[in-house]
Write a protein that binds this ligand. Sequence first.
Ligand code: AMP
Ligand code: MG
Length: 346
Amino acid sequence: MSIVYDFKENIKKDDLDGISNIINSGGLVVFPTETVYGIGADATNSNAVKKIFIAKGRPQDNPLIVHISNLEMLDKYTCGINSIEKKLIDNFWPGPLTIIVKSKNNLSTYVTAGLDTVGVRMPDNDIALNIIEASKRPIAAPSANISGKPSGTNLSDIFEELNNKVDVFVDGGNTNIGIESTVVKVENGVVNILRPGKISLEDIKNIGLNVKLDKHIFKDVKDGEKVESPGMKHRHYAPSTKAILVDFDSDKIMLDKIKEYKEKNDKNIGIICYKEHEEYLKSIGFKTIVMGGKNDLLEISRNIFSLIRSIDKYKFDECLIEGVKKQYIGTAIMNRLIRACGYNIL
Ligand code: AMP
Ligand code: MG
């Protein structure tokens, strides 16, 4: 059985030493960040990094994000940053923003999946920063989950699927944001968002930078099509139950669409819905699961992966999921929901 350290109340110095010894000797540690839990290993040790791919069943062509705790590490492992990348870092680090930059080729090639670039971020979470500092290594850490499943946002969701596959779990309670970091690459003076997250298009615009969403954010990738980020190609987040996203126009249109669907389909249909819609949806025969208040996108982002993980246990024939407005973190929520629904949209 993997060891569990409880850091919910405070970071325990002796346990932290044990954790850094495990990282330094090539082991795997599940730890919290402000976004989701990560499975971490020494990013400079190929044997250690290989174990992450095995534990997750992750395709080897999907590179890992490297987590750092200070800017000296950025200098040491990357070929430097331009003025746009500096502005992003000054404004958003530590925080949920991963920047793809040229790598110096002194990290494990498994981390970069053989690319000449590397995704780097400084997490805004004391447990994560302390583990990196104590280990004195950059830590490669993809989301803690079996590949294809929703990322883990609390230990109980992921304990079973990763138990015995990692050396240590560090429990920091529920993660604050609940969806993975924004991934960006600066190209020709424009910040291209490869994966949306809490740091939104609007946030990046607000600091005076040119920014765009990559064309694959809401679109499936066709076989053989070239993508900027290998992760875009892989199947993600989907439950076994058929899930259908109700794309948002207005509340009224959304509820009408849902009612009409229910009337046409005489099945056991569940719905992940706004708190404000629960009563009405129950009254027309749905089993409801509440995602949060419709104006509280952060509450929805915190809850959404855990709720998607729970869908299968209800044994619905199908599950509808109410969409949110594609703005601020809502863009990221919709990007994950579209994938969870396998591009089925009502
Ligand atoms: P995860 O760590 O599981 O949250 O996923 C990391 C995401 O970052 C995946 O979508 C990767 O494809 C993407 N990524 C990591 N490194 C790079 C890179 N060098 N170039 C482009 N995308 C990257
Ligand atoms: Mg992941």
